[in-house]
Design a protein around this ligand. Structure first.
Ligand code: AMP
Ligand code: ZN
Length: 134
């Protein structure tokens, strides 16, 4: 998409530090890293969120995230990872082109886990929420 910063990276109009690339996916270092080796994995086609992504490309995404993480594992040997994405305004998504963050983690690095993002379960108990899915 014309004004999308990540589409511009795919089109090589903006430079990137590539970590991994295949036909459908580009992975590059986050310009404002939260940890050493913080990497972003994007589908090369524009899709704002996972709901907008073509099924075929969606199928390729996890294998490509795995390959990217294997590359990071080989080069940086972190102790662990947080892998995930921000979806929509409420989820804290700034760039409207689906991207998976890979955050390499080290023992004692002072970070937390994904539970640290939010703790506001609301008034409904789990049983009642489960009934909505039946
Ligand atoms: P999000 O809040 O999930 O949308 O995160 C967007 C991420 O993209 C942020 O971590 C930014 O640091 C990163 N970012 C924005 N522009 C660039 C760029 N040109 N190259 C690499 N990373 C970028
Ligand atoms: Zn885009």
């Amino acid at each position: 998409m014309k004004d999308c910063i990540f589409c511009k990276i795919v089109a090589k109009e903006i430079p990137n530090y590539t970590v991994y690339e295949d036909n459908h996916v580009l992975a590059f270092l986050d310009i404002h890293p939260r940890t050493k080796g913080h990497t972003i994995v994007i589908p090369k086609v524009h899709a704002e969120t996972i709901f907008d992504l073509n099924e075929e490309i969606a199928k390729d995404l996890l294998p490509s995230v795995k390959k990217t993480a294997e590359r990071i594992e080989h080069v940086l040997q972190p102790d662990g990872y947080n892998i995930g994405w921000n979806h929509g305004d409420a989820g804290g998504q700034d760039v409207p082109h689906l991207h998976i963050h890979i955050l390499p983690r080290w023992e004692g690095d002072g970070g937390t886990n994904m539970h640290g993002i939010i703790h506001n379960p609301g008034a409904m108990n789990v049983d009642d929420v489960a009934k909505l899915f039946v």
